[in-house]
Ligand binder design. Structure first.
Ligand code: SF4
Length: 317
């Protein structure tokens, strides 16, 4: 039976602003099983990256719990958290800005090993660096090069190598290919896929591009304005999207099907609701073609409509 690695319950992250509290992540609940990938998709500003950072406590959650192998990450003290960080890593979107321009490839990959006192011996540490470089397909000759001397794909390989150096169990992949050329994207996705299989890793894969997660994820969670509005196994989400927002997102990606019906793109109109002090109503109501008075006076809750398929919309009642 599959085992849950990450259990996120009611996660909240609010930011104080001059106009009130910005609900960036609001009561988000999901689980990820060991060795699986959860794709998290949504427009920019929907809270997907903040969710990833709150799980790792790179941002302190406002509320909720994050159980990692049954242990609540939100309750760890600083030294326990430092220890746990070895098992929970992140790959950032823009490899150029996330890498220190003054550090060589080997110094960059070596740094987390030094910070966490994992390998104290310099020669052994270097051996580990070379091993991880090989895993991510970075030739040994790049060991003393600087990030600006490499192309985007190789820079992202350094980011992946750095995340892998500590032998983590879980990686938050925060838009890891969106800053790369299309031709390089597939290479990096394939590499991440291979590494997941060989290392038994669990991924949370954040992206605004549903077509990227389609190839990659076991389950997909869709977020809208801080809320998780639909979650399902990938093939179910693609074949039977239920939430009107998910349907609109899917209509925007071209899936060529020989002889299949022509897909019509659903264009979203209407003003986006403010995430500052939001009212307890459906946050998608202003843009939803099916909105009723109920949607503007009550907040839909996430409900399981079939095994593993969760939706937050009154249309499912
Ligand atoms: Fe649309 Fe209402 Fe469903 Fe919200 S709850 S998505 S407004 S139908």
């Amino acid at each position: 039976m599959s085992e849950v690695l990450l259990d996120v319950q009611g996660l909240k992250k609010y930011f104080p602003t001059k106009r009130g509290l910005l609900h960036a992540v609001d009561d988000v609940t999901f689980t990820i099983e060991k060795g699986k990938t959860l794709g998290v998709v949504g427009e920019s500003g929907c809270g997907k990256s903040t969710t990833g950072r709150a799980i790792l406590r790179l941002l302190e959650p406002t509320g909720g719990s994050v159980l990692f192998e049954g242990e609540d990450v939100a309750k760890l003290n600083p030294s326990q958290l430092r220890h746990k960080r070895k098992e929970m890593q992140i790959i950032f979107q823009d490899p150029f800005s996330s890498l220190n321009p003054r550090k060589t490839v080997s110094q960059t990959i070596e740094e987390p090993l030094q910070l966490h006192h994992v390998i104290e011996d310099k020669t052994e540490r270097m051996q580990k660096v070379l091993e991880v470089m090989e895993t991510v397909g970075l030739a040994e000759r790049y060991v003393n090069t600087y990030p600006h001397e490499l192309d985007g794909g190789r820079r992202q390989r350094i980011g992946i190598a750095r995340a892998l150096a500590l032998d983590p169990k879980f990686i938050v992949c925060d838009e890891p290919v969106s800053a790369l050329d299309v031709s390089i994207q597939a290479q990096i996705l394939n590499l991440m896929n291979d590494i997941q299989e060989s290392h038994g890793l669990t991924y949370m894969f954040i992206t605004h591009d549903l077509s990227v997660v389609n190839h990659f994820s076991d389950d997909i969670a869709v977020m809208y304005l801080g809320k998780l509005i639909e979650k399902a196994p990938s093939e179910v989400l693609f074949s039977n999207p239920v939430h009107p927002y998910t349907q609109a997102l899917l209509s925007a990606i071209p899936i060529p099907k020989v002889g299949g019906p022509k897909k019509e793109r659903i264009l979203l109109k209407g003003e986006i609701t403010s995430p500052i002090n939001p009212k307890p109503v459906c946050r998608f109501a202003n843009r939803c073609a099916y909105a009723t008075d109920r949607c503007r006076s009550e907040e839909p809750q996430l409900k399981e409509i079939e095994t593993g398929h969760f939706v937050s919309c009154f249309l499912t009642d």
